[in-house]
Design a protein around this ligand. Structure first.
Ligand code: ADP
Ligand code: MG
Length: 372
């Protein structure tokens, strides 16, 4: 039977006892390592994750459980050396013992014990988010292929049809002109639709420079408040010391316009609020699939609204193209957000409950901190 290493001892003061109960009940695997990477304690979720009982695992070095070239060791070392919390998204842990697992890991130094660290492994929620994020990229890619097809196969014949209608118009009587006009108008409408899709077919790498994200958000707020978001109260919570984003200004404006537009459409006519915030999150990295490199994503920009929330059944497909609940919606807004964030090497994630829907965009910063 798997026992708990966080057992209650009768002599423990109440606060500590509570902490032990909480740790034991936590679904997240938590492991404490000493300065030699020896397991000092672990909770039942960690025993389950590492497929062993506390009595066997306690005292073992992590190197005995995982291959020494596992990226987790570099993460632990950095946390020790810098004394700060490190997190890494989308890490693959592989051992003979428990096979291959896609996880996100946080390593936090323990202030009271020199060189001890606590390891939190998120197997489901975070990794699922990453998984979802990568799925978004697939979704964006499928639109990309379709957009190029549409541009070639639809737009060219369309301009032929329009031209022919215009020729007919020259000799048509008044009654028939109404029909040729109809052909032209409809051709224009389809053309505009294809144009909207065409942004997806642009597969060129983005030109990226240092961009002040607060300037981008300010611009977005002004456009919104003078147009579609007149009824909304904006609250800004910016970290003024935030470094510049390594990004493409125009497409960043597009991302946040789309997110703010959705937020504005989600809130009530009265009492609608949108909170724009920025912050620095230390040590967040995204593993670049198929390579050993990791991109640092320390800049977090979020758009939060107090609307009704995203319907549960929509959430798994939210970033797919043509997913919409609006009568005149295109369902392309979030697909485009996913594409552009992907082009920036970033991550977009969301949490939604009634009165609190939040979209978070994680982006790389300009300067020294590119790909590690
Ligand atoms: N902040 C939000 N609150 C509630 N629902 C949202 C929010 N953002 C997006 N959605 C849902 O996601 C769908 C897709 O959004 P999007 O891709 O921008 O397309 P569109 O806005 O044209 O419908 C929306 O129709 C809406 O149902
Ligand atoms: Mg939209």
């Amino acid at each position: 039977m798997i026992g708990s290493a966080f057992q209650l001892r009768p002599s423990e003061p109440r606060g500590q006892a509570d902490a032990a109960v909480i740790l034991a009940g936590l679904p997240t695997p938590v492991v404490v390592l000493d300065d030699q990477n020896r397991i000092r304690s672990l909770n039942p979720a960690a025993e389950h994750f590492l497929k062993g009982g506390a009595s066997v695992l306690t005292g073992q070095r992590l190197e005995e459980l995982m291959p020494p070239d596992s990226p987790i060791f570099a993460l632990i070392e950095t946390a020790r050396n810098t004394g700060s919390i490190m997190s890494e998204y989308g890490l693959t842990l592989e051992t003979a013992r428990f096979g291959q697992r896609l996880v996100s890991v946080q390593v936090a130094p323990i202030a009271e014990r020199p060189d001890h660290v606590v390891l939190c492994i998120h197997e489901l929620s975070m990794a699922a988010k990453i998984d979802r994020q990568l799925t978004h990229r697939h979704a964006a890619r499928s639109v990309t292929a379709m957009a190029s097809m549409l541009a070639h196969e639809v737009k060219n014949p369309l301009s032929g049809i329009r031209g022919a209608a215009q020729l007919l118009e020259e000799t048509a009587n008044l009654e028939d002109r109404e029909l040729t006009q109809l052909i032209c108008d409809e051709a224009d409408r389809i053309c505009a639709l294809v144009d909207r899709m065409e942004v997806f077919s642009d597969a060129r790498p983005l030109e990226r420079v240092a961009v002040n994200i607060h300037e981008v958000l300010e611009r977005v707020r002004k456009v919104a408040q003078n147009g579609f978001a007149r009824h909304v109260r904006f609250i800004e919570n910016y970290d003024p010391s935030l470094p510049a984003v390594l990004g493409n200004r125009d497409t960043l404006v597009q991302i946040f316009l789309n997110l703010v537009k959705n937020a504005a459409e989600a809130v009530a006519e009265e009492g609608g609020e949108i909170l724009l915030s920025t912050g620095y999150q230390h040590g967040v990295k995204l593993a670049v699939s198929g390579t050993d490199s990791r991109v640092h994503l320390p800049l977090v920009i979020s758009v939060q609204d107090n609307g009704a929330g995203i319907p549960e059944d929509l959430q798994a497909h939210l970033f797919d193209p043509f997913v919409t609940t609006k009568r005149n919606g295109t369902g392309l807004g979030l697909a485009l957000v996913a594409k552009i964030v992907g082009d920036h090497g970033g991550v977009v994630e969301f949490d939604s409950q009634p009165r609190r829907t939040i979209f978070r965009v994680l982006l790389p910063m300009a300067g020294r901190d590119g790909v590690a």
